[in-house]
Design a binder for this molecule. Structure first.
Ligand SMILES: Nc1ccn([C@@H]2O[C@H](COP(=O)(O)OP(=O)(O)OP(=O)(O)O)[C@@H](O)[C@H]2O)c(=O)n1
Ligand SMILES: C[C@](O)(CO)[C@H](O)COP(=O)(O)O
Length: 235
């Protein structure tokens, strides 16, 4: 019996306002290639991924297809529009995946901005979905992280219990679709990732952690572009 497909949902639907470049940061060059190309190449190269759906800001779909073509990304099946928030863009990808595959399919949701994701992380997240329904890459916190209010520290959680969450985050499609459907009816909840949607609406489902990597950084501001270039050994 053929196994369920694995679909990578690459999210590039944001404005990139914190980059201040006036265009989506995924179109900026790092080490001679757009951020988006680095990310697409990682998923293209992964034997764990069958198809890619790219969520792209409106007005930039043609540019995205051109980047994929230049990189010979044959797994890219669709470029679709996103939403006002990251969660809305996730939902757009989930809806596309539901049309393309059954509820047992694996969906790997990834920030296009995490352009240095490794093949090992992608493979580990996909493999963990053979056993678990929800999985995320994460790294331990080497900083002490505090809770704050009004410029004052209100709590210092035990660092040993903290991790910094990355993407890809992997889900069985039926689970993440149902969790986001429940979240849509809750206007007071603005999740910053997809695992928090599962934790809130399917608390019975454990969210498994697999080892991420410090190099799997999220390109958010201008200095992240310089860090990513340095990690790639660019002059
Ligand atoms: N409406 C949105 C918002 C974010 N994202 C994607 O989610 C990832 C993480 O978001 P972030 O780094 O915050 O991206 P931006 O929203 O682009 O940046 P900013 O917050 O500076 O506007 C990015 O790959 C971004 O493109 C998305 O697909 N749709
Ligand atoms: C999903 C994420 O990358 C996990 O760290 C992060 O929450 C995305 O946040 P952003 O505000 O959309 O950059």
């Amino acid at each position: 019996m053929p196994s369920e497909p694995t679909i990578a949902a690459v999210l590039a639907g944001g404005t990139g306002a914190r980059m201040g470049a006036g265009l989506p940061k995924q179109l900026l060059d790092v080490a001679g290639k757009p951020v988006l190309r680095h990310t697409l190449e990682a998923f293209e190269a992964s034997a764990a991924v069958d198809r890619i759906v790219l969520v792209m800001a409106e007005g930039h779909h043609e540019a995205a297809w051109n980047i994929a073509k230049a990189a010979n990304v044959t797994k890219l099946s669709a470029v679709i529009g996103g939403g006002a928030t990251r969660a809305d863009s996730s939902v757009a990808a989930i809806r596309w995946a539901q049309e393309a595959a059954g509820p047992g399919a694996k969906l790997l949701v990834h920030d296009a901005a995490r352009m240095l994701v490794t093949g090992r992380i992608i493979a580990d997240v996909a493999a963990a979905l053979d056993e678990w329904e929800a999985v995320t890459a994460a790294v331990p916190s080497s900083d002490t992280v505090v809770e704050t209010e009004g410029g004052r520290i209100t709590a210092v959680p035990d660092r040993a219990r903290l991790a910094r969450v990355q993407t890809p985050q992997g889900f069985r499609l039926g689970l993440i679709a149902a969790a986001h459907e429940a979240a849509a009816a809750d206007p007071g909840f603005t999740p910053t990732d997809d695992c928090s949607v599962v934790l809130r609406y399917r608390p019975d489902v454990p969210v498994r952690i697999v080892e991420g990597a410090e190099r799997n950084l999220k390109v958010t501001g201008p200095e992240d572009l310089r860090i990513a270039a340095a990690l790639l050994g660019a002059p």
